[in-house]
Design a protein around this ligand. Structure first.
Ligand code: NOJ
Length: 563
């Protein structure tokens, strides 16, 4: 590989959601020791990087994305010594450890915010404190400084009785936004990042990082009909100082110099933005997580899912492949702790098609160019949670959206159907290690997935045709073949509603990927594809013996074509 190519462009990342991974002490929550105990499951896949969702001290209002102390581990997850041991154990297996960096906001219980509640405090300006709207009595309806909404429902401003002012929180009221315009805030964040790097951490996944430079959150935004609040995302994302902040962070933490891994989670991030933030000639970010491809199957909001039109998904990924081919880098993901399970969402989670569709989805994703992410449970084809009542949900977003929708008169049935398809708790059910569960000896914080008896690690890993074995094969293929890592991408049959077909080409190496992304047999228009005469079949998710012309449901093939 070209020496200037960053190490992570040949990597595969595994995301651990610690509270749901493995509980070593029976309190019902996963913990760091549980991760250490199951590290071989992760390493066995062949991945190179382990990313942990937040494990820092937190009141857990948003499951740890509300941090009260960046340099302390929450007791529910363990101790700093446990984390040092985990870091060592990860490194001993030849992998790297990436931490979640949540610095658009802190918890309202962070010492910085507690101090800033005092209007005379030097930290007052570390957050966005504002008086009530002109002509309104502070704390009364409509007196919020602007009409900006919170992503979790309600106003984006919370009233503080003691000082008579409001603070901005784009997420929950326990997640006040930090004011990155203040240089002291930035230096405090960089110092904290350096502290983790010195402890052995290899990089950061940066939570909603393009919100740190805000455009106009402090002025009223446009409101959609029927909404009480504005969600004009362009007014808070990708602000005028974002690039400056990212470059400063890179410099101050030594990100490029120390070859640290970075991925920026970015709402409202289009291809142009991604290129600007990830182009190699700048020292900004390694890659970004866009939301474009995971926004194609719901209209307007999470509670209104619409059927996926396969060509939209294929063409979206293809556009990003081509768009970042020369300059920049792609992250490749279908799942994380905020998204529903892909086998339920884009595949077919019926007992008949679950395994094949999980493998087909893995095949197409891992044969794209970029850094693939595997979210815990995806490697065994876990399905959505199957919750049907609001009391089964724990997620602050689900509870907030449910309340807001009922208040707006939406029938509860419809709200529950929306959450059942799109809610974040779908991906947060405890990791099913055995048919009985095996996650905890106590009561799990979130109910186990109803499918645990048939979808669990023990059974899947023991099956040579299981989903885990398929992931291992795909990850090994990326390591073996440069064309998987670096080959040019070309989408074929873009409008086909069942088949996902593309080639990857590097010099005279050429791969053809043909996948039937449906639960019905599909005819492949052979004449429109490169010839597979004498081609070597590298991967097949269903029936390696049959010919390509009629592809079984969810069969995904990778051929190496004759030069
Ligand atoms: C994105 C995280 O992935 C999500 O879980 C969290 O709720 C928000 N950012 C706020 O931190």
């Amino acid at each position: 590989m070209n020496p200037s190519t960053p190490w992570w462009s040949s990597s595969v990342v595994y995301q651990v959601y610690p509270r749901s991974f493995a509980d070593s002490d029976g309190d019902g929550y996963g913990d760091v020791r549980g991760i250490i105990d199951h590290l071989d499951h992760i390493a066995g896949l062949g991945v190179d990087v382990v990313w942990l969702s937040p494990i820092f001290a937190s009141p857990q209002d948003d499951n740890g994305y509300d941090i009260a102390d960046y340099q302390a581990i929450d007791p529910m997850f363990g101790t700093l010594a446990d984390v040092d041991e985990l870091t060592e154990a990860v490194h001993a297996r030849g992998m790297k450890l990436v931490m979640d960096l949540v610095v658009n906001h802190t918890s309202d219980e962070h010492a910085w915010f507690v101090e800033s509640r005092d209007p005379a405090s030097p930290k007052r300006d570390w957050y966005f404190w504002r008086p009530a709207r002109d002509g309104f009595e502070p704390g009364t309806p409509g007196a919020e400084p602007t009409n900006w909404g919170s992503f979790f429902g309600g106003s984006g401003w919370a009233f503080d009785e003691a000082s008579g002012e409001y603070y901005l929180h784009l997420f929950s009221r326990k997640q006040p936004d930090l004011n990155w315009e203040n240089p002291e805030v930035r230096q405090a964040v960089y110092a904290m990042m350096r502290w983790w790097v010195d402890r052995g951490v290899d990089g950061f996944r940066m939570d909603v990082i393009n919100l740190i430079s805000k455009t106009h959150p402090l002025a009223d935004g446009a409101v959609n009909p029927g909404d009480p609040y504005s969600f004009e995302i362009e007014r808070v994302a990708n602000g005028p100082r974002l690039v400056e902040f990212l470059e400063e962070m890179n410099r101050e933490v030594g990100i490029t110099e120390k070859r640290l891994f970075t991925v920026g989670e970015m709402v409202a991030c289009d291809l142009e933005h991604a290129r600007e933030y990830t182009a190699r000639e700048h020292d900004r970010l390694g890659m970004v997580f866009t939301f474009e491809h995971v926004s194609l199957d719901h209209a307007g909001g999470k509670l209104t899912p619409i059927p996926l039109h396969l060509p939209d998904l294929k063409k979206n990924l293809a556009r990003w492949q081509e768009g970042l081919a020369e300059d920049g880098w792609n992250s490749l993901y279908f799942e994380n702790h905020d998204q529903p399970r892909s086998v339920s969402r884009f595949g077919d989670d019926s007992p008949e098609h679950r395994v094949a569709s999980a493998k087909a989805l893995a095949t197409v994703l891992h044969l794209h160019q970029g850094t693939p992410y595997v979210y815990q449970g995806q490697e065994i084809g876990m399905t959505n949670a199957g919750f049907t009542r609001i009391d089964q949900y724990r997620d602050i977003e689900a509870v907030g959206l449910h309340r807001q929708a009922l208040e707006a008169g939406v029938p509860e049935e419809q709200v529950l159907a929306g959450l059942g398809a799109m809610g974040r708790d779908n991906a947060r059910t405890p990791m099913p290690w055995t048919p009985e569960g095996g996650f905890t000896t106590g009561t799990p914080w979130l109910p186990l997935n109803a499918t645990t008896a048939s979808v669990n690690v023990a059974d899947d890993v023991a099956d040579p045709d299981g989903v885990y074995a398929h992931y291992r094969r795909l990850i090994a293929l990326r390591r073996e073949l440069e064309v998987v890592r670096m080959g040019a991408f070309e989408l074929l049959l873009p409008e086909d509603e069942k088949l996902w077909v593309f080639t990857r080409t590097l010099g005279d190496e050429r791969l053809l990927v043909v996948a039937n992304m449906s639960s019905h047999a599909a005819r492949v228009p052979m004449a429109e594809l490169p010839s597979i005469e004498d081609a070597e079949l590298l991967v097949a998710s269903v029936h390696p013996g049959t010919d390509l012309q009629t592809l079984a449901p969810w069969d995904a093939r990778v051929y190496r074509l004759r030069a």
